[in-house]
Design a protein around this ligand. Structure first.
Ligand code: SAM
Length: 319
């Protein structure tokens, strides 16, 4: 399946759908089980299944309605597609009031079926939570949300690739790492590091940097094979702290594209995301430097991957 046609059932902030092509190049060619402790909408598992890299997945996300929605969409695609269609068609009299009604019902019940409608209908598909963990994003006033027939097709696409192949949990990522076994490959895509400690209004929860570093140290001790999407930079400005060089990870940069804000200001700044490879993964990719990463394209914009020196040296050079 061409990567550009990878199915996804709903837009989700931080989804790795557009980067899946590149990230997959650094994964082993065959994986017994792909473990995603921060699954979100599971873009990397979808891509790995489409490319027959793995037939066995563990999808976890602390956001319970999200993981329940993922499970329902994968295992019972018609049930959720029918529900969405009914709910979507109810919005025609007063679409905005309808959205707020669904939102308060969701905040009372955590019903994952209502969550799909909110994800499809909220501003830019960006979830937002208040300090009490209530979903508080507004509706997109210009759009009505994905049409039911398109939603049905998208859900079926994801379900075809993952049905009957997944374990679903809603745990803190550290429990998932503890439960991972020899032969697993772990792909971690934690929330972008917020500015206010563990809280992050963009997700139900943020994570603590030091705890995350400790969890990676423990994975290294187990000689686990894993990759982490973490920080990045816009132009010369880094966003998020780099993972420390003591972890002995190999840092790859993936150019995501030119930022629209920079283009407006006439600057040629590009956004770059980091992918860190575990020592055992990097060893197994011994031919990595022979790959040709240039001139890859996503849509119309040229993309490029750059294999950097060890990330500690890079970090020192850009700070
Ligand atoms: C950047 S998103 C992942 C996006 C995903 N790769 C995709 O393609 O859709 C990060 C996810 O981590 C989840 N999360 C936040 N804190 C967590 C924790 N402590 N344990 C597990 N998941 C967590 C969030 O709910 C969010 O869905």
């Amino acid at each position: 399946m061409a990567m550009a046609n990878l199915p996804h059932f709903v837009q989700y902030q931080g989804s790795k759908r557009n980067l899946a092509t590149y990230i997959l190049q650094f994964l082993p060619k065959k994986i017994n089980r792909l473990v995603e402790p921060f699954a979100g909408t599971a873009a990397i598992s979808v891509a790995a299944s489409a490319n027959q890299i793995s037939h066995n997945f563990w999808l976890n996300d602390l956001n319970q309605p999200l993981i329940k929605l993922l499970e329902l969409a994968i295992e019972n695609p018609n049930e959720i597609a029918d529900f969405y269609s009914k709910l979507w068609n109810e919005q025609h009299t007063d679409s905005i009031a309808h959205y707020f009604e669904v939102r308060s019902k969701f905040n009372q019940t955590n019903d994952e079926k209502l969550f799909l409608y909110l994800l499809a209908r909220c501003v830019k598909g960006s979830v937002r939570y208040n300090s009490r963990g209530l979903f508080n994003q507004s509706p997109d006033k210009r759009r009505k949300g994905t049409r039911p027939e398109t939603m049905r097709k998208n859900i079926a696409g994801v379900s075809n690739l993952l049905k009957g192949k997944c374990q679903f949990t809603s745990l803190d990522y550290r429990e998932v790492l503890d439960g991972s076994q020899d032969g697993d490959f772990i792909y971690m895509d934690p929330p972008y590091q917020g500015v206010c400690g563990n809280r992050d209004s963009r997700y139900l929860s943020g994570i603590n940097f030091d705890d995350f570093v400790l969890a990676i140290e423990q994975l290294n001790q187990k000689e686990a094979t894993f990759a982490v999407s973490y920080d990045g930079k816009l132009g010369n400005k880094a966003f998020g702290k780099f993972l420390p060089s003591s972890l002995n990870l190999e840092r790859i940069e993936i150019e995501v594209g030119r930022s629209s804000q920079s283009t407006l200001l006439g600057k040629a700044e590009t956004t770059v995301e980091s992918l860190y490879l575990s020592p055992s993964l990097f060893r197994s990719l011994s031919s990595v430097r022979e790959f040709n990463y240039t001139d890859k394209k996503i849509g119309n914009s040229p993309k490029q991957l750059t294999l950097l020196e060890k990330h500690g040296e890079f970090a020192a050079a850009t700070r």
